[in-house]
Structures are given as C-alpha cells and as structure tokens.
Unconditional design. Structure first.
Length: 282
C-alpha cells in the first residue's frame, strides 16, 4: 500500500501557467480540450494528439485533428460543449475568456500564450510536464524546431541579407514588429524589420508609415494583397512596383503567424519568399 501511495505521489506534478497560477496534475490527462491553435500543435508535436477531444474553431493542424468537435474560439468558447467532453485538462490562451467558469465547474485549466521564441520553448516544456511527457522528449522537439530556424537562416545567400521587410498579419492592417516572434525570426535570418519593437508585437499600422519606410520586400496573406494598392501611396511602393510581394495562402499564413512547433516551417516560408523576390518575381 505504501509503495502504491509513493508511486501516485511521484506521478503528481504542479505546473505554473502564464497567470503565475499553479495547476496540480495528479496524473497525466487523458482527455484534453485545446482552445488555441499553437497549443493544439504543441500537444501533437509531443506525440499526444490522440488525447485531444475538442478544439477551438481555428485549430487545423495536423490533419488528424480536423474531425474533432469544435468548442468555439478563445474569446467565445462554448462552455457547455467543453464540459460535455469531460476533459481532465483545458488548454487556453491568457487572453481567452471562460477560465473562471471552467474552474468553477471543476475543470483544470492551463493558460499559456507563446509570443516569442523563448516562450515557444517554455510552453513546450510546460505542456510536456502537464501531460506527463519526459523532458528529454520536449527538449528533442525544441532542438528540432531551433535547428530548423538555424538551417533556414544558413540557406540564405549573403547578398539577400539586410533587406528591409514588412510583414502584415492582418488586413486592418496589423504588422509584426521586431518584438514579435515573427520579428525575432526575421532578425535571425539577417533581415531588418521596418516596425520597431516599441510599437508592440503586432501593432495596427498607419499605412503612411509603410510608405515612408519603403520596405524592400512585403510579406502578407492573400487576404491583404488585393487591398494593398487601394491604400494611400501604396501603389508607389517600390516593393509593389517591382513585384517583391509574397502573398501567402491561408494555410501558409497559419504556419507563419502561430508561435509554436511549426516556427521553422514559417522561417522556411520567409526564406523561400526572400529567394524568390531576390530575382524580382512575385
């Protein structure tokens, strides 16, 4: 009996989320609801996809999760749908709503929101700990991600480096600044971001700011490309006139804007864009 109690105690872990709240896991969860795409991808990168029983409406990778029940979004989660799945862990962003309701109903909630490269590593380790995945495994996943970013940077020819880049993450327009994880990737690729860190990670941009900055290359989603030339002065941007605009598909955009396990793939997308625009082709 004493050995059994000791074994159970050893398995219990306490993890701290981004609210600085401690969440005690008495045993590895078997039924997980994830309400943030990057956390869904993190669970799967750790080999625990099979434990997911419900997702937010935007989680769409890997392919195997696309048939899972949907529970709304971070700002409008369906409390009833989540509770109906009887999860023993709910993963959600710190900016999401509903955590207090879930906790009031007896559910364990871990709130994590990666925003930087260091955050991606930290969240990977925190989720692994909560799920009972050995640290050696989460370390190996992180090394693979980081090595992928390094390899992407090394694949760029020296003459491409140092260009001024504007990355648009939403047509409003919102851009990715130096302080965002996208900005960190650009820095590691040897590029210059036209949006300084002091604007915040993903600031709403005055279109005239971009005209004054004259980026060498523009990266944006398909949804932004059509509206760009309608903005005051943008038709005269050298990047637009010379075809140095990379328009990413919705699937590529998902890869680029999620701070998670596919960060290296996002870096490779940027490199592919930079290699293509170096020849003046859109």
């Amino acid at each position: 009996m004493g050995l059994m109690l000791c074994s159970a105690w050893v398995q219990a872990v306490t993890v701290q989320d981004d609210r600085q709240q401690n969440v005690e896991m008495t045993k590895p969860p078997q039924r997980i609801v994830s309400l943030l795409p990057s956390l869904t991808e993190t669970v799967c990168a750790l080999g625990q996809c099979h434990k997911l029983v419900g997702l937010d409406r935007y989680s769409n990778w890997p392919e195997s999760v696309r048939q899972l029940p949907r529970m709304g979004g971070g700002l409008d989660p369906s409390i009833e749908a989540v509770v109906a799945q009887r999860p023993d862990l709910v993963l959600m962003a710190t900016s999401a709503r509903g955590a207090e309701r879930f906790e009031g109903l007896g559910l364990k909630v871990l709130m994590l929101e990666p925003r930087t490269h260091a955050d991606v590593q930290r969240v990977l380790h925190t989720v692994a700990q909560a799920l009972g995945v050995p640290q050696a495994q989460s370390d190996a996943v992180w090394r693979q991600i980081d090595a992928g970013v390094v390899a992407a940077a090394q694949s760029l020819p020296p003459q491409v480096r140092g260009q001024k880049i504007y990355v648009e993450v939403s047509p409003a327009p919102y851009g990715a600044s130096e302080s965002s994880f996208i900005g960190e990737t650009l820095t590691r690729l040897g590029m210059r971001n036209i949006l300084p860190a002091n604007l915040g990670p993903f600031p709403k941009i005055n279109p005239e700011f971009v005209v004054r900055a004259q980026p060498d290359v523009i990266m944006a989603g398909d949804s932004s490309r059509a509206s760009m030339v309608q903005r005051p002065g943008w038709a005269q941007l050298k990047a637009i006139q010379s075809g140095k605009v990379c328009a990413f598909s919705s699937e590529e955009s998902d890869m680029l804007v999620r701070a998670g396990p596919r960060m290296a793939e996002g870096a490779r997308l940027m490199v592919k864009c930079l290699q293509r625009t170096a020849g003046g082709k859109s």
